[in-house]
Design a protein around this ligand. Structure first.
Ligand SMILES: *[C@@H]1O[C@H](CO)[C@@H](O)[C@H](O)[C@H]1NC(C)=O
Ligand SMILES: *[C@@H]1O[C@H](CO)[C@@H](O)[C@H](O)[C@H]1NC(C)=O
Length: 271
């Protein structure tokens, strides 16, 4: 189904750069994308034991607003933050808990709290867009440490190169939550994960959070790092081959979240 769609796309030369980027294109020529159905999603979940996709009922309203090309910066930020918070809470829910007995105002109960102190949790942002996760991340885990990795994508080759990293010196003893809003080819995330690996971080202690992903990206990451966790809000049906954009996608998340490009100039780039 996916391959057929792409083939139709190429036959009609739908996916050339002008088409994707040009804003003046007639709306009635734009393709209508259909999301993966429950069956496809369940197949994906069965294939990847360490993948979590947030329940659609929590995300479909918020994601529909975020994807909308008419959504302005204020609404884009507000709704991205809502969705990011859901992902962060999901990541926390998967961290090991300690069980002990605590007292409520009325009596005793079995408490299940995260086993680790705030300082034992590290948010690692893949710059620039991953920084959008820090606002909500720090509301949930105020004492967490923060690492940053700057990876720039070459727009011609779509290959990422690594430019800068600043990570806590004890990161290999921490629970690492790696964050990037979009998972397309998985090339940038792979590079970031290799950097973490070089620092001695075990896959088992890494959770990768991403708002919108695709099957190809998920598969690429799990091929090299099967023991980490991936949590995504939604899996988009299409990765536009020549340009590595997710479709229907969000557009350029960084530009929209950080307000660096006017709405009228928005392009479809990922970072
Ligand atoms: C994950 O982190 C915890 C806490 O630092 C550590 O005890 C555990 O050994 C780590 N897991 C692996 C596989 O290294
Ligand atoms: C999923 O992750 C766990 C722990 O991180 C690991 O033990 C398990 O083998 C992984 N599953 C697969 C299918 O690789």
């Amino acid at each position: 189904m996916f391959k057929n769609l792409l083939r139709i796309g190429f036959n009609l030369s739908l996916f050339n750069t002008t088409y994707v980027l040009c804003q003046s294109i007639k709306d009635d020529k734009l393709p209508h994308y259909h999301f993966l159905n429950e069956q496809d999603l369940n197949k994906l979940l069965r294939k990847h034991q360490n993948l979590s996709i947030i329940d659609r009922s929590y995300t479909e309203h918020i994601l529909s607003i975020i994807r909308d090309v008419e959504t302005d910066t204020v609404e884009f930020r507000k709704n991205s933050d809502r969705l990011i918070r859901i992902l962060i809470e999901q990541a926390i829910s998967q961290i090991e808990k300690k069980k002990h007995v605590k007292k409520s105002p009325l009596g005793y109960y079995d408490a299940h709290e995260v086993k680790f102190e705030d300082e034992e949790i590290c948010f690692v942002s893949i710059l620039r867009s991953g920084n959008a996760f820090l606002f909500e991340g720090l509301k949930a885990v105020s004492g967490a440490s923060i690492g940053q990795i700057l990876i720039q994508r070459n727009e011609d080759t779509a290959l990422p190169s690594y430019l800068f990293q600043k990570l806590p010196s004890n990161i290999k003893e921490q629970q690492v939550i790696l964050m990037d809003p979009m998972l397309a080819t998985g090339n940038s995330a792979t590079l970031a994960l290799r950097i973490l690996k070089n620092q001695g971080v075990k896959q088992e202690n890494i959770t990768f959070l991403t708002l919108v992903s695709c099957e190809q990206g998920i598969e690429k990451l799990f091929r090299e790092f099967p023991k980490m966790k991936i949590i995504t809000a939604q899996v988009d049906p299409i990765l536009l081959k020549d340009f590595n954009y997710l479709a229907p996608g969000i557009g350029n998340f960084g530009d929209r979240y950080f307000g660096t490009v006017k709405k009228s100039q928005q392009s479809s780039q990922q970072q």
